[in-house]
Design a protein. Structure first.
Length: 162
């Protein structure tokens, strides 16, 4: 059985790959995926999928919302990149994690998510990070925040005395 907790950002990639390939509703490991928007345009020749207006992609406990989303596939029909614009929000319900910003770029080649425009990250531990730009390396679970100021609030456990 696969791990129950899927990294927030790894989940985004999986959600969008499947949503794009099937452009709407699909089955992934017997789980239902739903991608909805006011408009959907598919350009099979150029391997570009465009979603506009109240875009919402849902798979298991992960939800991605944005005003617009463009997905680009390689010639081999694998994910190349995803660009989401306008009120971008990614939520992982089970882990109680979320990140939001004005735009997002996911690059599949190096499994990297770049969020820009008043980015705000919160996690299940109560940690809170705010910056103009955040780069998140999904596989290594590394986050880099840029902008002035970068504000971070970390909830730390107290050391137990022995």
């Amino acid at each position: 059985m696969k791990k129950k907790s899927i990294s927030l950002f790894a989940g985004i990639g999986l959600v969008l790959i499947l949503g794009i390939i099937f452009a709407g509703v699909a089955m992934a490991n017997e789980k239902t995926l739903v991608v909805s928007s006011s408009e959907q345009r598919i350009d099979y020749g150029n391997r570009v999928f465009t979603y506009k207006g109240e875009v919402k992609a849902t798979w298991e406990d992960i939800v991605l919302e944005a005003d617009e989303m463009d997905v680009y596939l390689t010639e081999e029909n694998t994910l190349k990149e995803i660009i989401a614009r306008g009120n971008v929000k990614v939520i992982q319900k089970e882990k109680n994690r979320q990140v939001s910003g004005e735009s997002a770029l996911y690059v599949a080649e190096d499994n990297r998510l770049i969020m820009e425009g008043q980015v705000h990250y919160q996690d299940e531990l109560g940690n809170d990070l705010q910056a103009y730009k955040m780069t998140i390396w999904i596989k290594t679970e590394k986050i880099e925040a840029e902008g002035t100021p970068v504000k971070a609030i970390y909830v730390l456990k107290e050391l137990k005395e022995e």
